[in-house]
Design a protein around this ligand. Structure first.
Ligand code: SF4
Length: 604
């Protein structure tokens, strides 16, 4: 059992004590289905995740289910638990994970995969699904990474593909119905019959001699050839009383998802492709949710979240309403479109809510912005900067990427030129040179995007391009930060991998990998060794351009956006042609025309 002595020996003991405000405790003996929601990173990061509170509320609302939480213990607590031979436990009841019926992992980042293995091991649960019998919990996973579930398919019994609000109830019903059968193939077959559930052990993969996937076929007749993403057409109200942490977490405020999906169609953006179509939460629901976060959680700061908050129809009115109704409330709008109206919107907030302005041009040249479908003329960009500086901002944060498909050194030098022009606008507006913070990430080709076939640039090219920026922007008033290319090749290999990568992930964990998302913990040499030990080549997954007719490991996951649409978008990228936003222009026939809330359908 967790002792005070152990808590005294670790950093931030409140990560492990539970008992937070709004945490739910239900009777263990009186509740037939016990679920633990597992997040493969620290408490502070997991408590800032938007999906866990939704699932926690959905599950605990049912009288036949109890849902508790567990986060990856930091290395100091792991050492304590292993030393005392204590199994990993949930926060609410402090029961060992092994006592639960279901462990549900949320997979939002590929570099969290080894933490999943570490958590199972700390719980005393065999890592391989094939080695777990009915005495062990069913291990499931959801989240954006499972849109290519293959790399984790050795370890997970079933993946939930799509919106939790839509499928969780059916999953629990199917589980209850089949529970008596134990975790054998009958339970798994019953689960595989639920639309949106993928049971990897019921599929068989074959490969060509050159390593490409030849086929992935169901090994039993009742399971579907393709698993369709579940889609909630109208967002239900958000959780009215999410758990409030006692310690500071990454996003230490209330959060309301005002909209899901984005219609802009940026070709590198997985979220923009796989969360289509746009579903807007009605303003009345947002207003009610803000009131609940204030009264049920005591928050005085609330974030209005969306992939693009300024695209929310009626955002100005909503913000005005909330600031009038709750004069003491600080509002934040983290993802804003790069235009004057966004600057005005933030400028209209009370002073305490006027945070720094962050925009994402992503590429320096107009040519490359057209190729990635970030249709944004330089004039508009500079006009936005001028508006911001004219309204009193003295600094701007700008996000760029390097290594984008079709990018040349010239495009990267254009970032330097653009930053100079932005600085000149600042000087013109205020007489002083502004501070420009640049955050430069490396492009990672992601499944289900038009760039899913693209090769990732080599580490050497990425380093050379980062050097262009370092030299060109080495001046006072410009702060440059970038991502280590070692993180990017690993992310690229894991995100576009097949099920053979299970061996690599397991080997990397055996060699000591965990918390790979933390730069101080990531050990690229271990991963190289793990690939070599598994007889696989990371470049095959990360640096290889895939022919358009290659069978991709995630091609049997149907997000609703068609492969034809993605190919068309790739062709337009190569031709340097933008595709207009389907909310303001015509429907682009991405494949979702048949959904009830699809904008294309609503407009016609
Ligand atoms: S079907 Fe048309 S309107 Fe709907 S998301 Fe796709 S492109 Fe946009």
């Amino acid at each position: 059992m967790l002792s005070n002595d152990m808590l005294h020996q670790v950093n931030r003991p409140a990560r492990y004590t539970g008992g937070e405000w709004n945490a739910v405790r239900k009777s263990w003996d009186d509740t037939p289905v016990r679920v633990v929601l597992a997040y493969p990173d620290t408490y502070e990061i997991g408590m800032s995740n938007l999906a866990i509170p939704i699932l926690y509320e959905l599950l605990n609302r049912r009288s036949d289910v109890l849902a508790e939480r567990v986060y990856a213990p930091w290395t100091d607590m792991e050492a304590q638990l292993r030393q005392q031979k204590l199994p990993l436990f949930s926060l609410e009841s402090r029961r060992p994970l092994k006592d639960f019926d279901i462990i549900g992992f949320s997979l939002g980042y590929e570099l969290g995969y080894t933490n999943v293995l570490n958590m199972l091991d700390m719980a005393g649960i065999p890592l391989l699904a094939a080695e777990r019998d009915e005495s062990y919990p069913l291990v499931i996973a959801g989240g954006s990474c499972v849109l290519n579930p293959e790399p984790m398919s050795d370890f997970i019994d079933a993946f939930i593909i799509g919106d939790g609000e839509e499928v969780t109830g059916e999953f629990v019903d199917a589980y209850r119905e089949a529970k008596g059968d134990g975790k054998d193939r009958r339970l798994l077959r019953r689960l595989a019959a639920v639309p949106g559930l993928y049971v990897p052990s019921l599929y068989h993969a074959e490969y060509h001699t050159d390593g490409r996937l030849k086929s992935l076929t169901p090994s039993v007749s009742e399971v579907p050839m393709k698993v369709r993403r579940r889609l909630v057409e109208r967002l239900p109200p958000p959780p009215p009383r999410p758990v409030v942490p006692y310690i500071e977490v990454v996003h230490d405020r209330g959060a309301i998802e005002i909209q899901r999906g984005c219609s802009r169609g940026c070709r590198f953006c997985q979220a923009g492709m796989v969360y289509r179509p746009v579903r807007r939460r009605p303003p009345g629901q947002v207003i009610q949710a803000a009131g609940e976060l204030i009264s049920n959680c005591g928050y005085d700061e609330v974030s209005l979240l969306s992939l693009n908050s300024s695209d929310y129809e009626g955002i100005d009115e909503l913000v005005t309403h909330l600031t009038r109704q709750h004069p003491g409330l600080t509002l934040s709008l983290p993802s804003l479109r790069l235009d004057k109206s966004s600057v005005k919107l933030v400028g209209s907030l009370p002073t305490r809510s006027r945070t720094g302005l962050t925009f994402a041009p992503e590429a320096g040249s107009e040519r490359l912005r057209l190729a990635i479908n970030k249709e944004l003329g330089e004039d508009k960009l500079l006009e936005t900067a001028a508006t911001a500086f004219g309204r009193g901002w003295t600094s701007l944060k700008l996000y760029f990427m390097v290594g984008l498909p079709t990018e040349t050194d010239k495009d990267v030098s254009a970032i330097v030129d653009l930053v100079e022009k932005v600085r000149a606008e600042g000087k013109k507006a205020s007489g002083k040179k502004p501070i420009i913070r640049l955050s430069v990430s490396t492009f990672v080709p992601k499944p289900h995007t038009p760039f899913q076939w693209a090769a990732q640039e080599s580490e050497a090219t990425i380093k050379a391009r980062q050097e262009i920026l370092r030299e060109g922007l080495n001046r006072k008033g410009v702060r440059l930060s970038w991502q280590d290319p070692a993180t990017s090749w690993l992310e690229a290999a894991l995100s576009r991998g097949d099920r053979r990568l299970g061996k690599v992930i397991r080997r990397a964990w055996e060699l000591g990998s965990k918390f790979d998302a933390w730069s101080e913990h990531l050990k690229p040499d271990i991963w190289r060794q793990a690939f070599a030990d598994a007889g696989l080549e990371p470049g095959f997954y990360a640096y290889r351009e895939r022919p358009l007719d290659e069978l991709l490991p995630w091609s049997y996951i149907d997000t609703g956006v068609t492969e034809d649409f993605l190919k068309r978008e790739l062709r337009r990228a190569r031709e340097g042609k933008a595709t207009p936003d389907c909310r303001t222009d015509a429907c682009n026939a991405c494949g979702l025309e048949t959904t009830d809330t699809c904008l294309g359908k609503l407009k016609n």
